[in-house]
Design a protein around this ligand. Sequence first.
Ligand code: AMP
Ligand code: GLY
Length: 421
Amino acid sequence: MNIALIGSGGREHAICQKLSDSKLVNKIYCIPGNAGTRKIANNLNIDSLNFKKLLIAIKFYKIDLVVVGPELPLVKGIVDFLRSNKIKVIGPNKYAARLEGSKAFMKALCKKYNIPTAKFKVCKNEKGVKKFLAQNILPIVVKADGLAAGKGVAICYSKKEVEKFSKEIFLGKFKNSKKLVLEEFLKGEEVSYFLLVDKKNYTFIGSAQDHKRVGENEKGPNTGGMGAYSPAPIINKNLEKKILNRIVKPTLYALKAKKNPYTGFLYVGLMIKNNNPYLIEYNVRMGDPECQVIMPRLKTDLVKIFNAALENKLNKIKIKWSKNKCMTTVLCAKGYPGVYKINNIIDLKKIKLSSKSFIFHAGTKFIENSLVSNGGRVLNVVVLGSTFLKIRNKIFTIIKKINWKYGFFRRDIGWRVIKSK
Ligand code: AMP
Ligand code: GLY
């Protein structure tokens, strides 16, 4: 099979690695990919939002299956377009992708089906904001309705902050959001729970916890993710039952009832309070960097899993997992998530990795034959092992060897699961 993988981050490099391990794969094309995927696949510099051009390339390269990594093409309807052109694709259609593309849509669905989530109100103007403020206690979470590349959420500790961020959204700070969602603040432990879904079934595809804040001890602004580990020990059988029965099943039912059954990866973002799950968000894709710690633990051929999904037979496949745990620390460009420089040279020539260590590239590219940075999150150093403490020490050793003077990283990834220093 020839497979095209849309995206250019660490998530896509991790998926690409798994695809390249499969005996069922002939060629992999990453669109556009990064310097890491270039070593194991063919990078094609095509704008994946230009669906017509994409289709020409798919036909030219005889691509049998398209796997979509990021949310934007999904929300824009890439799956509908490809399916209408008889191309097989892993991902949800445009309607189902609204689970991530519109927070108001997701919240309305929760309300209709009694899915546990933070109390909320959708506001179209400042009057609505004032009313919610008068009736609820701080902190309050303000969320732009549409996609905002991780920047559309603010946890506000004063009324002034709520009013300021709301006003910015109404004034068009996030182009796709004319409205916003105000939410009660949920206190608990966050966890990401992943499924792969076909029209009839779903299968568990890993759990993870990530670290969104840029600074150690969870300080500083939010980022795309500074590190993650899998599995998430907070998930147990009892909790899993509640997640599936109270949250996942009603959601999948709701989309089926609208004649738009969900298909593809589903990222269930949860807050756990007293062993009860509350839905914080849905993402219609794998997480980044969560994917980088789930793929290395996956022992079943990923292409076999995708084929089962395409045939709506995910119930027939038994997915095998490594007993090892996995963790990643993200090496970022200094200044991220604020202003940072790109095009700084990275030298990985002397880095030798064991079969249990990986470097998944994120913001990297080649200029001539030099590997250089090309984004805020640059490399994911990933290690499999028996304990999170041993894994983290190994990660530190690798990062030390990389010795990238333009970068920084968090030393406390996994603090919840590594009690001793
Ligand atoms: P979202 O884009 O909705 O996932 O929000 C980004 C991050 O903000 C989440 O990963 C949480 O850490 C935090 N967050 C969002 N909503 C809430 C909430 N209702 N209560 C507490 N934290 C939240
Ligand atoms: N790591 C968070 C996300 O992928 O949205």
